[in-house]
Write a protein that binds this ligand. Structure first.
Ligand code: WT7
Length: 635
């Protein structure tokens, strides 16, 4: 039996027990057998959740790109590493072999060096889903620079906030991007962002849409001519196990985005291990994750996890609806995709269209289907299972977070019996706890509570960039000696977990993690707005949509409310991005508040959900009378 690849349910239980009894030994064996080290570790794990401090494989030396690329060259140098499928189906797909990837990453790494990037420097990557995105991330890792990818759907303000927070020296972007039938002026967004950033010395610009753009003298450089001149040889920088690999921002329930810092060895081992087991990847399989590399899903399961296993990983530039709603399935047929990993919101949007879009394609290559990002509802699960998987491909509902770096709860296909809406069992090495409101662990089955992890796992984020105190407060203060996820979960009679949703002020819209506070801050910038509160409400495609309650400064505000709504959404788009736009905006004279002045979002949430019979006791509010007026005017 190998720890690295679990093959039966019995083995899963054995491996799981071993991983709990002796986590250090468990991960050490995996690290020994399956990775390339320049020097082995002195100590597998040291940790203290009160600080909190976690170190895996201290003393070890390695480079993650050597594990993801170089070591495959001998045995699978000509195998496709990255299979790029362009936005336009008439444009040819690009098969980038491991050999070619090696060459392109080395060249790119040399361009970074020639432009002043050194080990430890931060590089902001703001690119569409084109090969340069994966290659630039790997090029940073090659030389020990810390990449911070910002999803290219974020606005200029969101981009500048992230650049300034990590004090990046360089931005890598493109002249623009394709999104279905549209093009987006990415370089224009970067230019706007950089008006408020002083730390950036260089902007490298990849050519994608061939548009006219401004190039700022001394700062902006076209990428291709630099690559053409660069050498194909670049020795990997030798990194310590705990050296930073990347920063990735995620929204919090309050304030600015949190730059989650991930480090090298533990992240590599864990993403590789979970990729292998959760997708049951076999040597000649073609694997496709539809996420964007701008999110953690893309980091861990388009780039690092698959490449560490020598896999063929598909990168798709486009959207599921272009040129029509059959695009995903067309690609599955075209490239004979074996593992397909997507988000519930994508499934729900495709399930609304005619079945013909699915049925006209041959999906028989599929062996495993996956979902991630939010709870999947029963209806979407069955649609996916029946129409895409033809009831033959197990669905792995994978629960995890930007903070966890890799999947934490998930079935293993053909091993763990699946159950719709359940992420099922913790993966080996993951020790969960459900906690009650008094901070006690809830033992036994058929219970629910707040989901925590009580022991370190290798790919956990080590800190929030520049704000360790916030890391401690957010994740390690709610429950003593435990990592708190922010999610609620239930454990059924056999021990399967089902995630019930966030228990904090984070709302998941179309699988994107949005904090209420930054959106409210943006709305409050509108000159006519006095105060606002955001809650989520169920939406049949997005999972949740946003409902905003807004108090205007001048109650008699004569302006047209529809125009105000547009302006508010415009401000949100500018500050955060279109994904955070509100579906409903209700103007109100007041918001329900506690006597200490805290907005009672619970009541607003119930009203937005149309659950009017159990609002609870409102008499203790500072202003109970506003509740009725909000109910009367609800949208
Ligand atoms: C939050 C993390 C993990 C990559 C994408 C999202 C929710 C994630 C599931 C799932 C139910 C899920 C949780 C979690 N979530 N996967 N399979 N079932 N909920 O990463 O943006 O950091 O969001 O997404 O609420 O805490 P993220």
């Amino acid at each position: 039996m190998s720890n690295y690849h679990v093959k039966t349910l019995e083995e899963y239980f054995q491996v799981y027990r071993k991983s709990v009894r002796n986590p250090e030994l468990f991960w050490e064996e995996i690290a020994e057998e399956h990775f390339v080290w320049r020097k082995k570790w002195n100590n597998v794990l040291s940790y203290d959740f009160t600080k909190p401090e976690v170190k895996w494989f201290e003393g070890a030396k390695l480079n993650i790109t050597e594990n993801c690329i170089d070591r495959h060259l001998q045995i699978r140098g000509d195998k496709t590493a990255i299979l790029f499928e362009p936005n336009n189906p008439d444009e040819e797909a690009e098969h980038i072999s491991y050999k070619e990837l090696h060459k392109r990453v080395c060249k790119f790494a040399n361009v970074l060096k020639e432009n002043g990037i050194k080990k430890g420097d931060r590089v902001c990557v703001y690119l569409p889903m084109i090969p340069e995105l994966a290659i630039s991330v790997l090029a940073c890792a090659r030389i020990g620079a810390v990449h911070s990818v910002v999803f290219a759907g974020f606005s200029s303000t969101a981009l500048s906030t992230r650049i300034n927070d990590c004090e990046a020296k360089m931005v890598i972007t493109s002249d623009g991007s394709y999104r279905g039938a549209k093009t987006i002026d990415l370089k224009g967004i970067v230019d706007e962002a950089l008006e408020s950033c002083e730390c950036i010395d260089t902007v490298l610009v990849a050519k994608r849409i061939d548009s006219e753009i401004n190039m700022k003298e001394g700062r902006d450089k076209w990428l291709q001519p630099l690559l053409d001149k660069a050498s194909e040889n670049c020795d990997p920088e030798i990194m310590d196990a705990e050296d930073p690999l990347f920063i990735l921002y995620t929204s919090g329930s309050t304030g600015s985005p949190k730059g989650m810092l991930h480090t090298t060895a533990g992240y590599m081992i864990y993403t590789a291990y979970t990729f292998k087991n959760v997708f049951n990847y076999k040597e000649n399989d073609v694997y496709w994750c539809t996420a964007d590399i701008g999110w953690i899903t893309g980091h861990s399961y388009i780039v690092y996890g698959p490449l560490a296993n020598g896999a063929t990983t598909v990168m798709f530039e486009g959207v599921p609806s272009y040129p029509d709603f059959g695009r995903f399935w067309e690609i599955v047929e075209k490239h004979k995709v074996n593992q397909f990993y997507t988000a519930p919101t994508a499934i729900r949007s495709l399930a609304k269209e005619k079945l013909d879009f699915v049925d006209q394609y041959d999906l028989s290559s599929l062996k495993v289907l996956g979902t991630v990002g939010e709870p999947i509802n029963e209806e979407a699960w069955h649609w996916y299972n029946d129409n895409v998987g033809n009831k033959k491909s197990p669905i792995v509902d994978t629960w995890w977070q930007t903070e966890t770096g890799g999947m934490m709860i998930s079935p293993m296909p053909y091993i763990t019996p699946t159950k719709p809406t359940y992420a099922t069992l913790p993966l080996p090495g993951v020790q969960l706890a459900l906690m009650d409101e008094n901070g006690e662990e809830i033992k036994g089955n058929q219970v629910d509570g707040r989901l925590c992890v009580k022991y370190p796992w290798p790919s956990m984020a080590r800190t929030i960039w520049g704000n360790h105190q916030r890391y401690k407060d957010t994740y390690f203060s709610a429950f003593e000696n435990k990592y708190f996820t922010g999610d609620g979960a239930l454990r059924d009679e056999v021990g399967y977990y089902r995630i019930t949703g966030r228990v904090d002020d984070v709302i998941i819209v179309s699988g994107h993690n949005l904090g209420t506070a930054p959106i409210e801050d943006a709305i409050n910038e509108h000159p006519a707005v006095a105060e606002s509160a955001i809650v989520g409400f169920p939406h049949d495609v997005k999972g949740n949509a946003l409902y905003g309650y807004v108090i205007l400064k001048d109650v008699g505000e004569s302006r047209n409310h529809d125009n105000l709504r547009k302006e508010i959404n415009q401000i949100i788009t500018e500050h955060i991005g279109p994904i955070a736009k509100l579906n409903k905006i209700q103007f109100t004279v007041g918001l329900p508040k506690t006597r200490s002045g805290k907005i009672m979002r619970r009541i607003l949430r119930k009203i937005a959900h149309n659950e009017l019979d159990n609002l609870g006791d409102v008499s203790t509010l500072l202003n109970p009378e506003v509740v009725q007026s909000i109910i009367d005017n609800r949208l």
